[in-house]
Design a protein around this ligand. Structure first.
Ligand SMILES: N[C@@H](CCSC[C@H](N)C(=O)O)C(=O)O
Length: 903
């Protein structure tokens, strides 16, 4: 080794023997030799690939394999295979128009080597549609190498400009063209000149794997460095991993050579041999592959799929591509708009192998988001507009008719296409004749024999015109307004203790959330929540439909038990900045909207407007009421809830109103399940009590399963509605720390806390008996008995340390003469709300003075009733024949229709 370990050696250093594939002009003393060399210098690409123009001591007509790690002697050209090996030396620099080209162990090693030219603090600009492995390595460099990596749409030069100022310190612009997997086109020459003008020291690096040097030579277009995964077209048989770096400038060459030798990433001798063998047939393979790829792209395009392929006339950057490349290549991708359908198509092929990679003689099919690009997180994929249902086809050299046969079979069996009965069928003989005469006519004829379901000739014409005009496909909507409402809840007994396995009793209140889902005729879904000052709308086609779990086909009714984190994250990224509650409401709505639709095709264009007279964030179940409204409106929109057809009659879940229709227990559970899912979005790990009460109304007794004891939810029916005063202290509280405080107290003072918990259990048991109708007392005794339980329960909550001076003020004010009412905190305490029972005989004048007194003290009192009805629905006539637009809420009532054991 002559070079120091710190200075990059010169290309002539022996340690640079690893700098293979250069083609030094062969000098010869004889004029015959000189003429031969001059002629060889004019050889064209495929000739250079096929010719073995090296001098072997025995005249071997294929490059010998020097399968050795070391070379004897001190003065020879080679000493150690890491530094250089004759099998690795070749003519490749000439194929790339490079000063020098290097063979490395993989395409990613090439990128790693090139990225070592970037120092911490410098910036790399890369595309937003790029190979998953590239994205992964760049991300690593950003997190571990102190490099500022930015992803921009490199197909739009104007997006690069803001990053090119001197303060950005751009060292490298990394391009793919076409991009992998969306086949977008970057203008390499234009970008090179713009970048060089704005940031002269920045290097233009191109991953040329999609094209190979046969179809595109970026160094001729202004790039500084090109690399290829030679695993693909160069070797062509998927029997080795290799990469090529080709460099234009001698100084950069030295730096690259230094890294390769220092690291030892040069290609091994046997693999170098395989690569050279593959390169011999590269042009002929690629000619065949891309000719077939053109047919496959035309076939899918004619069937109406959105196909990404620069060989298609309607590729948006076709002109730029053909300015810089001599062919469209043999990789294309297309979308189906339905991930499950895509999976069926991919799984239904036989000749097309399901595999990553491309460029080999055998054809491959893949779903990039699940395979080659799986290392990019689902949320990032969604944000960058990479459809989860995208299918990538990598065309090989098989007979095009067999490839189309196989693909067609998969498309038919997956349900993606069906025979077009209006198209005249052609005999097999005529089809073969057409193929021989004009493959392009043959492929169109072949495609026209099929149609995509729901895609009649007229629809296709309209869709084609619309597509040409940039107008998206017609969107479904609902037939008319869907009006729903749902109540909040109050925990009457057992809060905090419920965490430790004690039964809690909760009842609905007649403060409610009201919502309407209204049709709209654009491609948009919108949410308006005036109480939260929230308003947003989303382009339906830009929602992350590809993230929906497999099997989401819109026919599903039951809600999932768990949330899908990638989908949730992607949706979170779509919600505009707003208060925490507004963002939560939007994410919950969009989550249910997408999962219930199951696919973009089923999505309805509509506006959901929700408004509530429930104090928000005061522990009164406002989020559960909202969740119930979202769930029920969307279920109706998707016709998953059956509505009776009595004209003008609202539907509710409660059986209390025998005169009107109500939902079946099964439909009630269905709404509850979806409302619970929305609650999960909003709260992470809710108990389910709030949505259960909101959907069903009335009262429930809820016991959490703790320490192996069976929990459950029991509907309580058998009591008449009771008046209630809910007073909001307007003091914000932190539920989490209050709950944790009680747990800590229990640990520290079990002898104090455990008896308190036992007493609360006894209170809840008594309340259950009274509200569930098993303890028979007359109405005045029922209320007075509940009052005494309320006082007792509040005393216990004070002992547990969860009250607050503001709550104690309300307790004292309501208990004072002349009122004499029983009040307790409800929910977490520490602020929030207090609940006061109002006996039937309580004089109206006293009530008014109490309300005034509370308001004067700065509180916000709400008069309501305990145990009102649950979900109420009023659908418009168009959604359920016979229904009219009218006031949404069902009348008040008592009890609920909960099955005895729900949880
Ligand atoms: N599991 C591999 C996936 C390799 S993808 C190979 C190729 N570049 C392609 O685009 O198909 C990984 O995580 O790197």
């Amino acid at each position: 080794m002559t070079a120091s370990s710190t200075d990059p050696p010169s290309p002539s250093d022996s340690s640079l023997a690893t700098s293979i594939f250069s083609l030094p002009p062969k000098s010869s003393s004889s004029s015959v030799e000189a003429q031969r060399a001059a002629r060889a210098a004019r050889w064209r690409f495929s000739t250079i690939c096929a010719a073995v123009d090296t001098k072997d001591q025995h005249g071997a007509s294929s490059t010998p394999i020097y399968q050795t790690a070391t070379f004897k002697g001190m003065d020879g050209q080679y000493d150690y295979t890491r530094s250089g090996n004759p099998t690795r030396e070749s003519h490749l620099a000439r194929l790339y128009g490079a000063h020098q080209a290097f063979a490395l162990s993989t395409g990613m090693t090439c990128l790693d080597t090139i990225l070592r030219l970037v120092k911490p603090g410098e910036t790399v600009l890369a595309g937003d549609d790029l190979y998953g492995g590239t994205n992964r390595l760049l991300t690593y460099l950003g997190t571990h190498g102190g490099v500022d990596v930015r992803h921009v749409d490199t197909t739009r030069v104007e997006e690069l400009l803001p990053h090119l100022g001197s303060d950005n310190n751009v060292k490298m612009v990394l391009l793919e063209s076409p991009t992998n997997p969306l086949l977008k086109i970057a203008d390499i020459a234009h970008i090179s000149s713009v970048v060089k003008a704005a940031a002269p020291s920045a290097l233009i690096v191109v991953d040329n794997t999609m094209m190979s040097p046969y179809l595109q030579r970026p160094l001729d277009l202004g790039a500084d460095i090109v690399y290829d995964s030679a695993t693909k077209y160069l070797s062509g048989h998927h029997d080795l991993m290799a990469g090529i770096i080709a460099v234009k400038d001698p100084e950069i060459t030295k730096s690259i050579a230094f890294v390769i030798n220092a690291v030892g990433s040069g290609l091994a001798p046997f693999d170098s041999f395989l690569l050279l063998r593959g390169i011999k047939t590269m042009s002929i393979r690629m000619d065949r592959q891309q000719a077939t790829a053109n047919l496959v792209a035309a076939y899918l395009d004619e069937l109406g799929f959105l196909v990404h392929y620069p060989g298609l006339k309607r590729h948006p950057k076709r002109d730029i591509h053909w300015k810089q490349a001599t062919g469209a290549g043999a990789v294309l991708s297309f979308v189906t708009d339905d991930k499950a359908l895509s999976e069926r198509i991919v799984g239904g092929t036989r000749l097309w192998g399901i595999s990553v990679s491309f460029g080999a003689v055998n054809s491959l099919i893949s779903m990039p988001c699940l395979m080659s690009h799986a290392s990019i997180s689902a949320a990032v994929r969604a944000a960058r507009g990479l459809p989860e249902n995208l299918i990538r086809l990598c065309v090989g050299i098989e007979d095009p008719r067999d490839l189309i046969d196989d693909l067609e079979h998969a498309l038919i069996s997956s349900g993606a296409i069906e025979p077009n009965l209006s198209h005249p069928t052609m005999s097999v003989r005529r089809t073969e004749e057409l193929y021989d005469a004009d493959p392009n006519a043959w492929i169109l004829e072949r495609a026209r024999a099929f149609r995509r379901p729901g895609d009649s000739a007229m629809e296709r014409l309209v869709a084609g015109v619309k597509r040409g005009l940039g107008i998206s496909k017609e969107r479904r909507t609902i037939d008319g307004d869907i009006v729903v409402s749902a109540p909040g809840k109050v925990i009457l007994f057992g809060e905090h203790a419920v965490v430790h396995g004690v039964t809690a009793v909760a009842t609905s209140v007649n403060l409610r959330c009201f919502a309407v889902l209204s049709p709209r005729s654009d491609d948009t879904v919108a949410l308006e929540v005036p109480n939260l000052d929230f308003e947003a709308e989303w382009d339906i086609s830009r929602l992350p439909w590809g993230l929906l779990p497999v099997g989401s086909d819109g026919a599903k009714r039951e809600a999932d038990k768990e949330l899908d984190p990638p989908l949730l994250t992607a949706i979170e990224g779509l919600v505009p900045e707003a208060g925490k509650t507004g963002v939560g409401a939007a994410v919950a709505f969009l989550y249910l909207y997408m999962v219930m639709a199951g696919s973009q095709a089923n999505a309805v264009s509509a506006t959901f407007t929700a408004s509530s007279n429930l104090p928000i964030g005061a522990g009164l179940g406002s989020s559960a009421a909202y969740s119930t409204c979202v769930a029920s409106a969307l279920l109706i929109a998707h016709k998953h809830l059956s509505l009776p057809s009595q004209p003008g009659t609202p539907v509710s879940t409660a059986a209390h109103d025998d005169s009107g229709p109500h939902f079946s227990p099964r439909d009630t559970d269905l709404v509850d399940g979806w409302a619970f899912l929305a609650e999960k979005v909003l709260h992470g790990n809710p108990s389910g009590i709030d949505n259960a009460v909101s959907v069903r109304g009335g009262a429930v007794a809820f016991t959490r399963s703790v320490g192996g004891r069976k929990g459950g939810l029991e509907g309580l029916h058998g009591f008449s509605s009771i008046r209630l005063l809910l007073t909001n202290t307007l003091v914000p509280r932190d539920t989490k720390s209050l709950v944790a405080g009680v747990a800590a107290k229990r640990l520290a003072e079990p002898s104090v806390v455990d008896p308190v918990l036992d007493s609360i259990q006894a209170i809840s048991d008594e309340a259950k008996g009274l509200l569930g109708g098993t303890t028979h007392v007359d109405r005045s005794h029922l209320v007075s008995h509940l009052e005494s339980l309320i006082r007792d329960n509040h005393g216990h909550l004070v002992t547990l340390g969860v009250s607050h001076p503001s709550l104690e003020m309300i307790v004292a004010a309501t208990a004072a003469e002349p009122f004499g009412l029983a009040t307790k905190l409800t929910g977490a305490g520490g602020g929030g709300c207090a609940v006061t029972l109002i006996p039937d005989a309580f004089p109206e004048s006293s009530l008014q003075s109490l309300l005034e007194a509370l308001r004067n003290d700065g509180f916000e009192p709400h008069l309501t009733t305990l145990g009102g009805p649950g979900l109420g629905v009023l659908a418009s006539s168009a959604n359920s024949p016979g229904y009219t637009d009218a006031v949404p809420t069902p009348g008040g009532g008592e009890g609920c229709s909960c099955p005895n054991e729900l949880g």
